[in-house]
Design a protein around this ligand. Sequence first.
Ligand SMILES: [Zn+2]
Length: 319
Amino acid sequence: MDKEKYALGVDIGGTNIKLGIVSETGDIIFSTMLPTNREDGPDEVMFQLKKGIKETISQNELDIIGIGIGAAGSVSSEKGTVSNPPNIPGWGVVNVVDIIKKEFNLPICIDNDANAAAIGEMLYGAGKEFNSFALVTLGTGVGGGLILNRKIYQGDFGAAGEIGHISIDYNGRLCNCGSKGCVEAYVGNHYLVDIVKEELPEHQDSIILKLINNNTDLLTPKIICEAAVDGDEYALFVIERTGFYVGSALSSVGNLLDIDTFIIGGGVSAFGQPLLNSIRKTLKDKVLKTLKHRIKVYPAQLKNEAGIVGSSSLIFYNS
Ligand SMILES: [Zn+2]
């Protein structure tokens, strides 16, 4: 008899819905994905979601104890609603849990994807040993999850932890959210690429230009990373500056909540040690004295699988 418990984890992304069956110890037993089809509206996205869940359950004869769902945007885990996810335009407010519950007779938990990733890191990853920490995901957007005393802090309406919209310059770059100087407006994928595009003409000797054949449309954070690995001075400067921006925002999180541990995930975290070192140094420079010597910065341990493991961990966390 197989006594291990399993949860079905679902990550609703802007491009793909990823699904997986994860054991209580955080191992992925099965994974699959299907297109989100976001351009066809929320009904189609929900159709794809149900289809994915149905297929995943029918392809596996495991004892699944619940379905955990992670989604971008403001997510009320109490009501089961997902509001205006930035990666699915025109979504509005949808009660995802009510719709899924009608078809599947299983407990369902839902949370913001960064919160799910933070819970995943707490149960299985870099946050295992810590009582409190902040997770920041550096990707297209900058997400955040706050673990306080081994519990996720969601806020009254599930919108807590928006580290990306901490302003590091009150009169700075315009952010998607309408405010100015949000850290996301400097380090979010598209913003980061835009800034480098603006600056590249002044860095004619940078190998970034060779890597993209002088076509700035080809520029991605990955290219900047490649240039840095090859020792490109400008690329290394960009990475260090990214760390400075992120560290500046995180210093406010540290001071506000007396949090000394920070876990860095998401695609841009592929900048690796130079990024982590810069975040760490900035934090130590900027936080109040009481925090300075306690500052710890770690890379997230759940990488590509963070979405599936994070969302399935909602089931084990809540059961
Ligand atoms: Zn903003």
